[in-house]
Design a protein around this ligand. Sequence first.
Ligand code: GAF
Length: 381
Amino acid sequence: MSTDVDAVTTSFADLVGHPPAGVWAAPGRVNLIGEHTDYNDGFVMPFALPQRVTIAADRRSDDSWRVTTLNGDRTETFGRADLVPGMSGWQAYVAGVIWALDEAGHQVNGADLVLTSDVPIGAGLSSSAALECGTLAVIADLDDLVVEPMERARLARRAENAFVGAPTGQMDQAASTLCQAGHALFFDCRTFEVEQVPLDLAAAGLELLVLDTRTPHALVDSEYASRRASCEAAAQLLGVSALRDVTDVDAALTQLDDETMRRRVRHVVTENQRVLKASERLQAKDYVGLAPLLDASHASMRDDFEITVPTVDLAVETAKQAGAYGARMTGGGFGGCIIALVDAGRADEVATAIGEAFAASGYGPPAHFVGIPSAGAARLR
Ligand code: GAF
């Protein structure tokens, strides 16, 4: 990480002509369990990754924002008049946060930002939430704004939903803002209550493989929106404000005729139950007890919510054959990453087995790392 701090600090001085006022960072996340439950007012349990967006910044004397990313060396400049929802390009995640702060009544001023990110893009690890939450940390500090952590997460989500136009839930921005090192974040997406749950897999002789299938996210936006619409329509038919309120899944299913909608509901209701069980098992440090929940979550995403793709299913199956205790896709779906709970020191071996299975099926090589529960957004310098 310090290399990234040095890189943005040096580049900032080169590009802007003076050292930055500070350096901030915000992480990507892995979701341990609780997929597509956040926008159903349900439960999720992500943890933050060491991979993060790192931003050097300082105020400008005019009313514009100049943002440079070292990933591809691109610079974009926008002024207050450009802060209009619907802006396209990567800079929309930065502009959207400034817009959301302004809309909420905060006094925001022009700034220079130079950033770099090592969160894989399009892998379901919340690279966009990391950029939003990092920007929020920067602007809040530069402009001396008093914005509580959960409010930061809400504003970052507002940027994503209303400015960028992606109808996501609250999980990713909450994770990037609120997570603590060594912990998973149990987050109730209705009450916004959070609990930091210790997650020390190494002490239990375990580790969590995060494997990026590198499958392009085809149709991810439209499929995400259609899953969300289906859940909302089902809640309306069931007479509840959100699927979180369905506790007796069998009774609910008898009230629905549409087979696809029934499967969507079954995923959300059972996934919420799995998050609650996972939280209990984590509290009891029964980490191997997580494994059947990971497996059941994956089967539910594959068969009921239908958000997995062949590479993801092959990665999960192969991980299990190679000795993983449990495995599931993580993130919004239609590609991206899987997680697999394995004995400490075995992540590389399991990843190699998956790489071989991919090669035998004609798929390109995956990438992988061990997921380490890390800190949320913070000022580093
Ligand atoms: C994406 C969304 F941004 C989250 O809000 C969540 O719905 C997730 O997909 C699925 O659990 O990351």
